[in-house]
Design a protein around this ligand. Sequence first.
Ligand SMILES: N[C@@H](CCC(=O)N[C@@H](CS)C(=O)NCC(=O)O)C(=O)O
Length: 287
Amino acid sequence: MTDQTEYVPPEVWTWDSESGGRFANINRPIAGATHDKELPKGKHPIQLYSLGTPNGVKVTILLEELLAAGFDGAEYDAWLINIGEGDQFSSGYVELNPNSKIPVMLDTTNNQRVFESGSILMYLAEKFGAFIPKDPAKRTEMLSWLFWQMGSAPYLGGGFGHFYAYAPYKMEYPINRFSMEVKRQMDVLDRHLKENQFMAGDEYSIADMAIWPWYGGMAKGVMYDAAKFLSVHEYTNVIRWADEIGAREPVKRGRMVNRVFGEPSSQLHERHDASDFDTRTQDKIGE
Ligand SMILES: N[C@@H](CCC(=O)N[C@@H](CS)C(=O)NCC(=O)O)C(=O)O
């Protein structure tokens, strides 16, 4: 292993040094609001405040799937939260999500706030009785995979992604550690998807919608420019599953919502009407 300058922790950690790295300007060791600002509200029953990251996309995929399945009560306004600018620390945002992370949702029919993407997926699936198996054994299997995702993805994003792509310089120890773990996780999925069409067997569910943006993205080589480094071509069953889900029209639409990177035609910064996909993408409005 190459020698890295050794860090000797002080007796008591203090927040007085610039950590560097891609998100250094918004990271801080305290919770709560930094400024007073109300959140905007639209006309639809569901108000979503989010960004088109893997955690945000889980929810917009489910909302688009619900609408495609005929659940009109899932009509939604998706507002853009620019986490690089600190929108997640406004007083209105913190009122809905004390954890200041995207996504957060407000169900205006009962004034219920819901934060944490897994909780939002469960709330909506239960509200509409869709994409959550009715059979108790299948439901339990589905929830096991949903919670697997919530526990595992921070190793992929906060661990591997952070040290491989975002840290101010490359460090062998954390990159090794998290590469090992991410490859192990990909193998877990690959073995399961060899025997199962979807995460919960033969039923497409919110577990697929949660896992696909992270691990499907990894298998398809669109995360952290790490396809070669992690030899993701090895995970053929994950790739088969990722392709099947990625081909669904509601998934294609869900991916576009609150997206601020990639082809302008793939970016719908805010979604307030189904017609926005045809008329309000960045190539059309060019903001
Ligand atoms: N466990 C949370 C994680 C959400 C999360 O980490 N969101 C990131 C973007 S993907 C975020 O809002 N980061 C802003 C920040 O850290 O200030 C969930 O699944 O909802």
